[in-house]
Design a protein around this ligand. Sequence first.
Ligand code: MLY
Length: 284
Amino acid sequence: TYQAFNWDEYLKQTNSSPAPLDCFKQAVNPPQNDFKVGMKLEALDPRNVTSTCIATVISVLGPRLRLRLDGSDNKNDFWRLVDSSEIHPIGHCEKSGGMLQPPLGFRMNASSWPMFLLKTLNGAEMAPSKIFQSEPSGPRTNLFQVGQKLEAVDKKNPQLICCATVGAIKQDQIHVTFDGWRGAFDYWCRYDSRDIFPVGWSAKSGHPLQPPGQKNSTGSNRFKIRTFSLPSTTTPASATTNNTVSTTIDVQSPEADTSAPPPPPIVVHLRKSCMGGPLIDSSL
Ligand code: MLY
């Protein structure tokens, strides 16, 4: 059976505190989700937020919807809460004097948009207005403090909500860091972002929660060791003579997946006269 992550135990173990509820722009009681797969609605195009497009519900997870813009591809799905201000029932845009737009990357000729729209909406199951919830009012200022725990969407894997910590604060922004993962997934967001939730929100809403990463676990797909080899001529057996220096290098290329633990450091022996090239700090 599914064992929910135990925040109480984890907060004790880490001697940390959860960010209080009033820090977040989230409903105290997570909203009910009555959307069904296949329903159509209006959504702002995340890649072009001045456009309102037609979207289809691809899946539902707790109070969240996985959406795809009609006429777009399947590589640009995005997630919205059912109480997002960026989704509306079909007809909302027109009522407010706007026109539905093709999504960025519309897969047909722009001239075929009116007919595409007509065919898309003909006989479609439209999400009824009563299942849309109004967006909660958020705090007026940034109330977060460094070190507080929260639950946050992993923007690189946006179906996931994970254990996270406030790593830093700068004016209206907070730095979200993911417990047990290196910096690759971190991001800055506004304090009133809809992608951050109070501790316990997932359990309360029926959304799965990713527990902290296990940096030292073996056999996990995040334990990826990257290696590179040096030409054997650069690694003399005896490198401790007085015309060589030794330096320890953490193997990490700029594009490395920093979510994985770093491989063990390697020792490189260089002649003092050798500058080592742009990637080696010869002052070490
Ligand atoms: N497939 C990825 C998933 C990483 C998720 C990281 N989040 C939870 C911060 C991996 O296992 O590397």
